[in-house]
Design a protein around this ligand. Structure first.
Ligand code: ADP
Length: 350
């Protein structure tokens, strides 16, 4: 047995070592009992107790057995009871239940595993609550706007120009709703592998150019400067899924870069891979933010002042998983970000 940061390293519950320890201990107790019984019975017989001496001497091994059981099974049973009660609390919904991780002998690791499980469950619950709030908020805002403007339009007295403006708001809010619903659905399908992946040969440079054309208006609205260096690259993969990757990454670069900022997109290739990068001069990210960006519904700024609900990057990550690609991120606060996608060129055989 060794000491590790102040704790005695006791064999842990479920380990072979613990079985071995109990076996040795109980064998030793049996041997001691037998010896004591032999000596005691002899002594009592000498006192002339006859056959009664052997019955009386039996008390000693019984006491040794009971003592051994109290010393070993007693504490283990108490600790097991605590574990069971803690599990009961979790079952009843109290996820704050924790067990002491010090001086718990054979249950130390089991207690610490229990605590880790409870912490994870608490995190999942917090994330779920945040998700419900975010989701409700994101759906409620456009819905409220749509209803408000639709009701307004029913009232007389608006000029044709005003009516047109309200209808435009309704159209834009509805398309935002559709986008949210589509993103949520796409990620669920990707995660449940409920999506047929159709692989085909296509020119990635053409797809990326199309994506940039689609986003041109947003770039112009923010007065941003876009540069693109795009080499012809043919890949074999899911054309439909991959288009989400570029739209999300370039869309984020636009979204998280202030007006007048710079965005640079490039596409090149090695022998085996296509390499796409998008660099922006935007708000950048801390290490902490960077470590969460691929989590579902994560947003560094949860105030919802920007469009989106934190599903873009999890979708990108999942799609790249499905397509055998990788994504790398470099970023520093206020110094912009670079997202790099490495995608196998694939084979032309299928
Ligand atoms: P969102 O809908 O919030 O854009 P994403 O999943 O696309 O969701 O991104 C998750 C979070 O990662 C964003 O909320 C933002 O905090 C951070 N992020 C993503 N791209 C960038 C970027 N180019 N610059 C700075 N932060 C970014």
């Amino acid at each position: 047995m060794q000491k590790e940061s102040g704790t005695i390293n006791v064999p842990q519950l479920g380990s072979r070592k613990l079985t071995a320890c109990y076996t040795v201990l109980l064998s030793a107790a049996s041997a001691v009992s037998a010896g004591v019984y032999y000596l005691a019975a002899g002594k009592l017989a000498e006192l002339g107790l006859g056959a009664a001496a052997y019955g009386l001497a039996l008390l000693l091994p019984i006491l040794i057995g009971a003592g051994t059981a109290l010393i070993t099974v007693g504490p283990a049973n108490r600790q097991f009871r605590h574990l069971r009660l803690a599990f009961q609390k979790i079952i009843d919904g109290d996820l704050s239940a924790r067990l002491p991780e010090t001086e718990t002998g054979a249950f130390r690791v089991a207690y610490s595993d229990f605590n880790r499980m409870a912490e994870e469950l608490e995190k999942v619950r917090a994330m779920r609550e945040e998700y419900v709030n975010t989701f409700t908020h994101e759906f409620k805002t456009p819905l409220t706007a749509i209803r408000g403007f639709a009701e307004l339009l029913q009232e007389p007295g608006f000029t044709e120009e005003e009516q047109k403006k309200y209808l435009q708001i309704i159209a834009s809010e509805s398309s935002q709703l559709a986008e949210l619903a589509n993103d949520a659905m796409l990620l669920t399908k990707l995660e449940t592998q409920n999506l047929p992946v159709v692989r085909e040969n296509f020119w990635l440079d053409e797809q990326i150019s199309q994506c940039l054309t689609m986003l041109e208006r947003s770039i112009q609205e923010k007065g941003q400067n876009l540069t693109a260096e795009i080499e012809p690259v043919e890949v074999c993969g899911s054309r439909e899924l991959l288009s989400h990757v570029w739209t999300n990454l370039v869309g984020n670069a636009i979204k998280y870069t202030p007006n007048g900022g710079k965005i640079a997109v490039s596409l090149t290739h090695t022998d085996k891979n296509a390499v796409f990068t998008v660099t922006d001069s935007g708000i950048g990210m801390t290490e902490e933010v960077k470590s969460h960006i691929f989590d579902r519904y994560y947003q560094a700024d949860p105030s919802h002042t920007r469009k989106g609900i934190g599903l873009g990057l999890p979708i990108v990550h999942k799609i790249l998983d499905v397509c055998g690609g990788q994504i790398e991120v470099e970023s520093r606060p206020n110094q912009g970000s670079t997202f790099r996608v490495i995608l196998p060129l694939g084979t032309n055989a299928d």
